[in-house]
Design a protein around this ligand. Structure first.
Ligand code: GLA
Length: 658
């Protein structure tokens, strides 16, 4: 199987989406000069080029792309070639309205934007395959070609008639019989029993709450249909270039794809990451996405897109202050990225994203953005021989599962005051602030490599997953579970007792009497901290070895936190410092060490291979103790015992000389 290292060859890929069809050819030559000056060694071409490559059905114009591929090759810049299938040309929708997706109200999503394709449309799939085939055949032997990028941010839903037909087929494969489907969906409720497959619809608009398992299956189906589209194009390009890796770019924490399953179908896992420069927890959000992507990749991964400056899709779109682009890019390398790329190379002058930054902003080569891009290119070249291909050791796994997220996100739940990603972020933040490096894992993965496993929230768990957690603890592992875990099975059927009996036994819970959600501004006082979002009325079975209790209110004296040996259950979300301290203590007991002790606030430390990355997320200088003598790869300076990091400063240290 081709890998990312086949393309990087001990370099860090640096570059981004390049959309030269928006520019006259003279500009291409300036682009290439600026790219070379900045150390750019990889560009992604073709992402939105379908109308340019196939202006009329079956009529191709590859001449401009031929010239670009040659130009890139002549300048030593590799090309990640994208199949252009996320933005079909107007003629496709015009000639074949069946290629257009429908929303839950049956309204058509028209061309004029992008991603206006139905994953279920046979006609769309045929045309997507044809342009992919034509591109793969033409460029298979081109020396500039280093990797394939299929489509772009697969994220569409379709509730149309062809989707309905495919949904029924998908359900037949899953359930076999209507009886099994009726049982799984609980259709005895509200007179929903199906007597004919033809009666089943995608999750279209209903008068009141929809059947939650139907919605859950529709999400599973959508992820699977998009994956079929990806796999079809991947198989075409693989046939032509079996030696080249194939990827498609994920959106971080995007609810529409089961990325665990998708990652298995990719040679390279890549992600697009856009933390808000104004978000005080932007760096932690970045770390979370990077940890998750690395875990999906099971090794080095690709930062396919980030912004050199502002995006254009927030309420107010802030630029990155001086140094922040470098800091966040090096954070990605610290956490395992072997590619640092952007959307896009040159900021557009027209179109929907003309106010979205590029590596070359409207200010041009003299602008601060490009100048910083150039500096980063030099930094990456210094790091590459030492960092590329190496791994990031993590002692702790955070469990995450899309199906559980989907099941728990249903309408009609007990609280809409929080969403699952909020909970996931809160737990990852606690570990990040404790300088504990974490992987992510699926609840059915082998957890034995980890000293501790944390479950922020897994509302729905399969029997296999529950058994996996129990076996992990029985085998000597330490497990910390957050509230609303193990409530439902994979059909979203509530487990008897409101929480799986095996888990209740594991944590020392006899009865879960009631869930007590908290209002947005409400807290629950506990011994030593306050909790938010949620609380529970638990009756312990007397086997707990440690209990933290609610203080005051209706739950006064009842357990907020239960520990039974190496298994912990938290029935509320402790305030950030309390969750951090608790997880730090549990990790220490389990033998998972922070990357470095005594780090000043705002300094992130990550080990990658035999390098120590120190990343300063603040503006005021700080001093960091780093016992021993090291070399800072970025400055080539010798560092003995301590160093000072300035505003958004980064040091990448070699192991101390012994
Ligand atoms: C996504 C897309 C890009 C671009 C950026 C803007 O990541 O893949 O084409 O639209 O968003 O942030």
């Amino acid at each position: 199987m081709p890998r990312l290292s086949d393309t990087t060859r001990r370099r860090i890929l640096y570059g981004g989406d390049y959309n030269p069809e928006q520019w006259p050819e003279e500009t291409w030559h300036e682009d290439v000069r600026l790219m070379r000056d900045a150390g750019v060694n990889s560009v992604t071409l073709g992402v939105f080029s379908w109308a340019k490559l196939e202006p009329r059905p079956g009529v191709h114009d590859f001449g401009w792309l031929d010239r670009l591929m040659d130009l890139m090759h002549a300048n030593g810049i590799g090309v990640v070639l994208a199949t252009p299938t996320s933005a079909p040309p107007p003629w496709l929708g015009h000639l074949h309205p069946d290629t257009l997706p429908r929303d839950e109200d049956g309204r058509t999503e028209w061309w004029g934007g992008r991603q206006h394709f139905s994953h279920s449309s046979t006609t769309y799939r045929r045309h997507a395959a044809a342009i992919t085939e034509a591109m793969a055949a033409r460029y298979a032997g081109h020396p500039a070609l280093t990797m394939w990028h299929v489509n772009n941010e697969y994220c569409t839903y379709d509730h149309g008639d062809e989707a309905a037909t495919r949904f029924r087929r998908w359900l037949r494969d899953r359930y076999g019989t209507l009886d099994a489907l009726n049982a799984a969906w609980g259709t005895a409720f509200w007179s929903q029993g199906y007597g004919d497959w033809a009666e089943i619809l995608p999750a279209r608009r209903t008068h009141y709450l929809k059947n939650p398992t139907q919605v859950l299956d529709f999400r599973r189906f959508t992820s699977d249909m998009l994956l079929e589209c990806y796999a079809a194009e991947r198989d075409i390009v693989r046939r032509h270039t079996p030696h080249l890796p194939v990827t498609t770019n994920f959106m971080p924490l995007w609810s529409g794809q089961d990325a665990w399953r998708w990652a298995e179908e990719e040679d390279v896992v890549s992600v697009d990451l856009y933390p808000d420069p104004r978000d005080p927890l932007g760096a932690q959000h970045g770390a979370l996405v990077q940890d998750m992507t690395r875990s999906q990749a099971r090794g080095p991964w690709m930062l396919m897109e980030q912004a050199a400056g502002p995006v254009n899709w927030r309420g107010a779109n802030h630029p990155k202050p001086r140094g922040l682009n470098r800091l966040w890019s090096l954070q990605a390398v610290a956490r395992g990225a072997d590619a640092v790329c952007y959307f896009q190379w040159r900021q557009s002058r027209q179109g929907a994203e003309k106010f979205h930054s590029g590596m070359v902003s409207h200010a041009g080569a003299q602008g601060r953005t490009y100048q910083e891009v150039k500096q980063l290119g030099a930094d990456l070249a210094k790091l590459a021989p030492h960092a590329a291909g190496s791994t990031v050791p993590a002692g702790i796994a955070v469990l995450h599962d899309w199906h559980s997220w989907w099941a728990g996100a249903q309408d009609g739940r007990l609280s809409t005051r929080f969403d699952y990603p909020d909970v996931l972020r809160a737990w990852h933040r606690a570990l990040w602030e404790a300088h504990l490096t974490t992987d992510f894992a699926h609840p059915e993965h082998d957890l034995s490599p980890y000293k501790a496993v944390v479950v922020p929230q897994l509302y729905a768990l399969t029997d296999t997953a529950v058994d996996n957690l129990v076996a992990y603890v029985r085998g000597g592992g330490t497990l910390v579970c957050g509230f609303l875990t193990g409530v439902a099975d994979e059909d979203d059927r509530v487990r008897p007792g409101g929480m799986d009996a095996r888990l209740r036994e594991l944590f020392g819970i006899r009865t879960l009497h009631e869930w007590w959600p908290l209002e947005a501004d409400e807290t629950a006082a506990c011994d030593g901290f306050w909790g938010s979002l949620w609380s529970e009325e638990l009756e312990p079975d007397g086997t707990a070895t440690e209990t933290v209790r609610y203080k005051g209110g209706e739950l006064d004296g009842l357990p907020a936190v239960l520990r039974k040996g190496r298994a912990w259950y938290l029935s509320t979300l402790p305030e950030p410092a309390a969750l951090r301290d608790l997880l730090a203590r549990v990790a220490a007991d389990a033998g998972a060490r922070p990357v470095l002790d005594g780090l000043p606030a705002g300094v992130e430390a990550v080990r990658r291979g035999d390098l120590l990355f120190l990343l300063h997320h603040g503006r005021d200088p700080v001093t960091v103790d780093v016992p021993g003598t090291h070399r800072d790869l970025l400055t080539d300076a010798t560092v003995t015992d301590r160093l000072t990091l300035g505003r958004y400063g980064v040091a990448v240290l070699t192991e101390p000389a012994s």
